[in-house]
Write a protein that binds this ligand. Structure first.
Ligand SMILES: Cc1cc2nc3c(=O)[nH]c(=O)nc-3n(C[C@H](O)[C@H](O)[C@H](O)COP(=O)(O)O)c2cc1C
Length: 387
């Protein structure tokens, strides 16, 4: 499976094209819309989240709500396009409107300056429009499709926020806490932590500052042996890390115990193997469900670190590149904290990698065949289904 996205932040809309999906997968409209709504969540989101509507149209690959095997094209219309059209029209812009939207003062930490150098743009509007995190709505759509496929195979993806701006909260432990994290506006497993996070975000917002944080994504019910130890680019840990790291502002990814494992002796790290009631079990899951780049039947655990948002109401020092003068960075409406939203995008990317790897392992033309092969393997190995 592969997917491509196109579209600009304030352009006509976003496009996601997914190719290689099995035929026979149900994709109801409300399912496609539900994850987009979750991506808009969070306390520190910018004003755009209140305006954004995510009007979605499927252009191909679906008939009567079921995939046909043809490329699935989904368009997300930008409801504000008419007010930006003069400045961004693909064929003819209005020079005055384009001048109004011109960006000369790059934001440190964003793509503005380097993107401008790379593509020879003196107006960094051309960079901002594509590098904006609006594009993560297109990633979320691809991930939602992948989630639907995983769902049919009994695999569940869930995410939870685990820290914001240095305020750490405990990982979800129970089923109830995971469910709460999924539905909470802050991605928070426990209500009691929400107040602390809200006051941390509100303080940063008042100060015109921004915050990052961490989130955890888990994958339940993956069959054993998905991924590979034989070549670097087939290892599932590498693919998951690459996909999650590709999300804008993600600067660290850990599998299982991750960086903490480096400080511990092997005796406190590796997950011992035992027999209990005739079944082979693990006594811990510090490996995060992956050994040798393959799923081992335990929950797959991926944690990511997001840096603070680069656009700040109290901007950092920068340079007006048109005049060559010291000044402050460009500001336009922005999130001050997007960790809960990034968590939804993280779930989407983990779902995407898992679904792709499953179709590679079990074949991906017809959904019913894929389902049957996964069940057969589960019956053989017996111990990789979450009871
Ligand atoms: C869900 C989400 C929302 C984001 N919202 C904003 C935002 O409103 N303003 C902003 O400057 N950056 C935002 N970012 C981060 C930037 O897109 C990112 O920092 C930028 O593209 C540069 O990429 P890099 O941080 O990976 O170097 C967001 C990221 C994500 C994942």
């Amino acid at each position: 499976m592969r997917f491509l996205t196109g579209g600009e932040s304030h352009g006509r809309g976003l496009v996601t094209i997914v190719e290689g999906l099995p035929a026979g997968l149900e994709l109801p409209r409300d399912l496609l819309e539900s994850e987009l709504a979750r991506r808009r969540r969070g306390w520190g989101r910018g004003p755009r989240m209140a305006i954004e509507r995510d009007r979605l149209e499927v252009w191909s690959g679906l008939r009567d709500g079921v995939t046909t095997g043809a490329p699935l094209s989904i368009c997300l219309e930008n409801t504000e396009w008419e007010s930006w059209r003069g400045a961004l029209d693909p064929h003819k812009v209005d020079p005055e409107k384009a001048e109004d939207r011109r960006i000369d003062c790059p934001r440190p930490g964003h793509s503005d300056m380097v993107g401008g150098i790379k593509y020879g743009h003196s107006d960094m509007r051309n960079v901002l429009e594509r590098s904006s995190a609006r594009s993560t709505a297109a990633l979320t759509l691809a991930g939602t499709v992948a989630r639907a496929l995983l769902d049919r195979l009994g695999v569940t993806v869930r995410g939870a926020v685990t820290s914001i701006g240095g305020v750490a909260i405990e990982d979800p432990l129970s089923e109830e806490e995971w469910t709460r994290a999924e539905t909470s506006d802050l991605g928070c497993p426990r209500e009691v932590d929400e107040k602390v996070l809200i006051s941390r975000i509100s303080k940063a917002k008042e100060e015109g500052d921004s915050l990052g944080g961490t989130f955890l994504v888990s994958l339940w019910g993956m069959p054993v042996g998905v991924g590979s130890y034989v070549e670097w680019d087939r290892r599932l840990d590498g693919r998951l890390a690459g996909a999650v790291m590709s999300i804008p502002a993600i600067k660290g990814v850990e599998i299982g115990g991750g960086f903490n494992l480096a400080a511990l002796p092997g005796s406190l790290v590796h997950d011992e193997i035992a027999v209990e009631d005739g079944e082979i079990v693990r006594l811990s899951n510090r490996a995060g469900g992956l050994e040798g780049g393959m799923t081992n039947g335990q929950d797959v655990l991926v944690r990511a670190a997001m840096k603070p948002i680069p656009t700040m109401r109290k901007p950092l020092r920068s340079v007006d590149l048109a005049r060559g003068e010291n000044t402050m960075a460009h500001f336009e409406r922005s999130d001050s904290c997007a960790v809960p939203a990034a968590c939804v995008v993280g779930e989407a990317m983990v779902a995407w990698v898992a679904a792709s790897a499953l179709t590679e392992r079990f074949g991906g033309d017809v959904m019913a065949d894929l389902e049957r092969r996964v069940s057969e393997l589960r019956l053989e190995t017996g111990r990789d289904r979450r009871e």
